[in-house]
Design a binder for this molecule. Structure first.
Ligand code: KIV
Length: 277
C-alpha cells in the first residue's frame, strides 16, 4: 500500500454493526465467530466473517514485541482501537482494558472505559477477572458500558498465577472458576472469554451460565471461539497447543521480502509497469 491518498469507495455501505446485546442473545445458538485484530486493513477482512473483533492487549506481544501484556498502556489500546473501528463496518468492536486501567476502583474503570469508547467508537470493553471484578462490571454496565468479562487464564495476572498455566487441571479448583463465571454473568457482562481451561470445566461453566462463553484454549464446548489473528496466520514464531494455524503468512512474507530485495539489487524493480513515463 502506498502512502498516496487512496480513492474513496464508490458507494459507502452504511455502518450497521452487531451489538453487544445481540452477541449476548446468541447463547446456545450458532457458534459466535471472533478474532483479534489490530490493524485497519486486516480488520476489514476479518469484518466479513467475525461477529465481534477484539482489540486485545495481546497486541503488546504480537505487534510490539513485549514479553507480556502487563506493560500495555491505555493510549496504545486506543490507537489500535481507532484503526480497527475505521477499517470495519459490521462486527462489534470490543477493546481490552489494559492492566492498571480498571482494577483500582469502579470509578477509575468507568473513567477509562468511557475514554476508550468515546475515543475509539468501539461498542464494548473487555476486562479480566471474575468475582473480584463483579462490582466493577455491575458499575460499568449500569452506566452504559457493555462489558465482556475474561476468566480462567487471565494473562494480566500471570505474575500471580505463576505463568501461563492451563486452568482447572485439579478438580478442586473448579468451584472457584464456576463462581467467577456466575459472578460476571450476574453482574451484567454480555459474554465471557474462557481462556486456557480444561474441556470438562469449560463445558460445565457453559451449561451453568446464561451468557455466551467464548473459548480460547477452552474446547469446542464454548458458545463461540476466539483466536489471536497473528497466531492463526502463522506470524507468531511460537504456536501454543490450542492454536490451529490456518495460514502460513510468516514464510510468505519472508519470500516476498527476499524477492523484493533480489529485484532491487538486480535493478529489475521497478520495472516498466511501475514507472511513470
Ligand atoms: O488480548 C487478547 O488477545 C485476548 C484474547 C486472548 C481473548 O484477550
Amino acid at each position: 500500500m502506498s502512502t498516496q491518498p487512496q480513492p474513496a469507495p464508490a458507494a459507502a455501505t452504511p455502518v450497521r454493526r452487531i451489538t453487544a446485546p445481540q452477541i449476548g442473545a446468541r447463547k446456545g445458538g450458532e457458534p459466535i465467530v471472533s478474532l483479534t485484530s489490530y490493524h485497519s486493513h486486516t480488520a476489514a477482512i476479518v469484518d466479513k466473517f467475525a461477529d465481534f473483533i477484539l482489540v486485545g492487549d495481546s497486541l503488546g506481544m504480537v505487534m510490539h514485541g513485549m514479553d507480556s501484556t502487563v506493560g500495555v498502556p491505555l493510549d496504545l489500546m486506543i490507537m489500535h482501537g481507532k484503526a480497527v473501528v475505521r477499517g470495519t463496518k459490521r462486527a462489534l468492536i470490543v477493546v481490552d482494558m489494559p492492566f492498571g486501567s480498571y482494577e483500582e476502583s469502579p470509578n477509575v474503570a468507568f473513567r477509562n472505559a468511557a475514554k476508550i469508547m468515546k475515543e475509539t467508537g468501539c461498542g464494548a470493553v473487555k476486562l479480566e477477572g471474575g468475582s473480584r471484578m463483579a462490582e466493577t462490571i455491575h458499575f460499568l454496565t449500569q452506566r452504559g458500558i457493555p462489558v465482556m468479562a475474561h476468566t480462567g487464564l487471565t494473562p494480566q495476572s500471570s505474575h500471580v498465577l505463576g505463568g501461563f498455566k492451563t486452568q482447572g487441571r485439579n478438580e478442586d479448583s473448579w468451584p472457584a472458576h464456576e463462581e467467577d463465571a456466575r459472578a460476571v454473568d450476574e453482574a451484567g457482562a454480555f459474554a465471557v472469554v474462557l481462556e486456557g481451561m480444561v474441556e470438562p470445566l469449560a463445558a460445565k461453566i457453559t451449561k451453568q451460565i446464561a451468557i455466551p462463553t467464548i473459548g480460547i484454549g477452552a474446547s469446542v464446548d464454548c458458545d463461540g471461539q476466539i483466536l489471536v489473528l497473528e497466531d492463526m496466520l502463522g506470524l507468531n514464531p511460537w504456536t501454543p497447543k490450542f492454536v490451529k494455524v490456518y495460514g502460513q503468512l510468516g514464510p510468505m512474507i519472508e519470500q516476498a521480502v527476499s524477492d523484493y530485495a533480489a529485484e532491487v539489487k538486480s535493478r529489475t524493480f521497478p520495472g516498466p509497469e511501475q514507472t511513470y513515463r
